[in-house]
Design a protein around this ligand. Structure first.
Ligand SMILES: NC(=O)c1ccc[n+]([C@@H]2O[C@H](COP(=O)([O-])OP(=O)(O)OC[C@H]3O[C@@H](n4cnc5c(N)ncnc54)[C@H](OP(=O)(O)O)[C@@H]3O)[C@@H](O)[C@H]2O)c1
Length: 267
């Protein structure tokens, strides 16, 4: 994969996360190109990541083995419509735009092409992302998409585009649920007598540690919860309140609402 030219249309947060992942992972492509209307953004990426080359959209499409569409969903139709004619025949086109269907991308590009749809999440910015991919293209194109997304974290595939709504509700929007929990834990720590700084540190480091142990232990969240819930102890006192006051129902309703909203927004 090292010989690939990877071009980004849009050099914003997600593009930077992927470029950073490629460079830090020690698997830089031979060439990374970025097209972004803000010249200083390209300059920042070039200064920070070295090998990045600033191009315009048509040049990016013409040189790319992997073309990453990293603009906002509402910009996608206009942007894609200008790229199709320049695409290489064997290019893999990756859309990371939330809610934009595979068929819409192909239609807007207006040419026969190999498109992969990805739902990443914000921890990609620190190399701990969860990206879920869907495509109807062959393995050749799918492997290239996996290669790129693995640079910023874990990768899974779904075999039905409909599942992308559930993915959006779970991992796409999911970081915010943990942020809310940490926020409330911090505020309660302050109410219980800690300084805001200390309470914030305790909440965020605890979230980090809990996440790390869930990923690295190979044990289920349920098993880990039971392991730390001694009868008569403080943890069980808290968990009993969470269960009695309906936290599981709240979380179920919240994810269902996110999935429904994803279906409403689908373009
Ligand atoms: N951030 C996330 O956590 C996250 C998670 C899942 C999915 N996504 C998806 O990732 C995509 C990018 O998100 P982001 O957070 O990286 O957005 P972002 O930071 O706003 O980046 C988008 C970039 O595209 C540029 N752009 C706008 N029009 C363009 C054009 N015609 N040609 C080339 N570049 C153009 C924008 O420039 P201007 O600022 O000048 O408009 C901006 O620099 C979105 O579709 C989003 O749905 C993001």
């Amino acid at each position: 994969m090292q010989h690939l030219t990877i071009a980004f249309i849009g050099g914003g947060n997600m593009a930077e996360a992927l470029i950073s992942g490629l460079m830090k992972g020690g698997h830089p492509a031979a060439k990374i190109c970025v097209a972004d209307p803000v010249g200083t953004r390209c300059e920042f990426l070039r200064e920070t990541y070295g090998t990045v080359i600033a191009v315009d959209n048509a040049e990016a499409a013409a040189c790319a083995d992997l073309l990453v569409l990293a603009v906002k969903p509402q910009q996608m139709q206009k942007v894609a419509a200008t790229l199709g004619a320049s695409l290489k025949e064997e290019a893999t086109v990756i859309s990371i735009a939330a809610g934009v269907r595979l068929g819409s991308i192909a239609e807007w590009l207006g040419v026969a092409c190999h498109v992969v749809r990805v739902m990443p999440n914000t921890p990609a910015l620190v190399g701990a992302g969860m990206s879920v991919l869907y495509s109807e293209a062959s393995d050749f194109y799918r492997q290239r998409a996996s290669y790129l997304m693995q640079a910023s974290g874990a990768v899974e595939w779904v075999d039905s585009e409909q599942q992308m709504h559930a993915v959006t509700a779970l991992s796409g929007s999911g970081p915010a649920y943990f942020f809310l929990l940490a926020e409330v834990m911090q505020a309660t720590g302050v109410a219980l007598g800690l300084s805001e700084t200390l309470a914030g540190k305790l909440a965020t480091q605890t979230a980090f540690g809990a996440g790390k142990i869930m990923v690295e232990s190979g044990r289920t969240p349920s098993a880990l919860r039971q392991q730390v819930s001694s009868p008569g102890g403080t943890t069980l006192a808290a968990l009993d309140v969470m269960l009695e006051q309906g936290l599981p129902d709240t979380v179920r309703a919240a994810l269902t609402a996110a999935s429904k909203r994803s279906q409403e927004l689908a373009a």
